[in-house]
Design a protein around this ligand. Structure first.
Ligand code: CP
Ligand code: NVA
Length: 309
């Protein structure tokens, strides 16, 4: 049976640390022109039921750099988009390909696909989780702060797929995470309960962005309306007043704090132009690291690379 990458909670801290180390190693190799064709002769299908820039490009380029072939499958161009059962699609894809990445809506869709797949399935974002992104974020934190250990993380904004995945990461890696979400926009309750049980006291939730940001080393935010929630944009703008990560809010954090945003960003909504373009912002390194961490995940799951001990 294949191992998948559907949610961080399926992995131990040691395994995820191993993937981060492998990502750093592959990044060095790529920068210094050392070949690392760990997917030589392999094909990875990339299924997209939502839009993407970073995920699509970083996976496609990553597979190419690893010596494999990426197959871009946007929604609407496959029979899955016309209602072919997920389990049938999963079994057929496994007869041709060596791995699959899926970006879709419900987590149940990737779980169902993976259940029937003889090849590794990677979650490229669902409504519930965005695990590749948080791994890229942690790689970025390690690069800028040497380690995530002992740092205070803050989440400002919607209790969405990013927030849920940060909650899992805090519980697994063991760092403090303070989330500020407006009332009615809290993270997933089951994810929160799982994390609180695994790491009691590490994760706190407030509706006051200032309280979350005070003394923080790493501050993270994301759009107020995620993909699929576009119709709620106006209503959400009213609920998220006071949640813009601007210079005034940032002044409460550590003077050497770093700012993360998975992108795409809505300047003037969840983050000010001055902050995203300012000296604390590491969002371009963060976007680049999607490439390196996903290469590590694919090399480990599909290419048989060690690294995740
Ligand atoms: N951060 C991220 O996943 O970006 P895309 O939606 O462009 O893939
Ligand atoms: N929360 C955002 C992340 C985009 C990368 C969304 O799901 O649309």
């Amino acid at each position: 049976m294949s191992r998948h990458f559907l949610a961080l909670h399926d992995y131990t801290k040691i395994e995820l640390d191993g993937l981060l180390a492998l990502a750093a190693e592959l990044k060095n190799k790529q920068k210094s022109g050392v070949p690392h064709k760990l997917l030589d002769g392999k094909t990875v299908a990339l299924i997209f039921e939502k839009a993407s820039t970073r995920t699509r490009v970083s996976f496609e380029v990553g597979v190419f750099q690893l010596g494999g072939h990426a197959l871009f499958m946007p929604s609407g161009s496959s029979q899955m988009g016309r209602g072919e059962p997920i389990k049938d699609s999963a079994r057929v894809m496994a007869r041709y390909c060596d791995g699959v990445m899926i970006r879709t809506f419900g987590q149940a869709i990737v779980d169902e696909f993976a259940k029937h797949s003889d090849i590794p399935v990677i979650n490229g974002l669902t409504d519930l989780f965005h695990p590749c992104q948080i791994m890229a974020d942690l790689q970025t934190v390690i690069e800028h702060k040497k380690s995530y250990t002992g740092l205070k993380f803050a989440w400002i904004g919607d209790g969405n797929n990013m927030a849920n995945t940060w909650i899992e990461a805090a519980a697994i890696f063991g760092f403090e995470l303070r989330l500020a979400c407006p009332v009615g926009y809290e993270p997933d309750q089951a994810v929160m309960a799982w994390a609180q049980a695994k790491a009691p006291g590490l994760i706190t939730l407030t509706a006051d962005p200032k309280a979350a940001v005070i003394g923080a080393d790493v501050i993270n935010t994301d759009v107020w309306a995620s993909m699929g929630q576009e119709a709620e944009q106006k209503e959400r703008e009213k609920s998220f007043v006071g949640y813009c990560l601007d210079d005034a809010l940032l002044a409460l954090a550590q003077p050497d704090c770093i700012v993360l945003h998975c992108l795409p960003a809505h300047r003037g909504e969840e983050i000010s132009d001055a902050v995203i373009e300012g000296k604390h912002s590491v969002v371009w390194d963060e976007a680049e690291n999607r490439l390196h961490i996903q290469k590590a995940i694919m090399a480990y799951l599909i290419g048989g690379a060690s690294g995740a001990q």
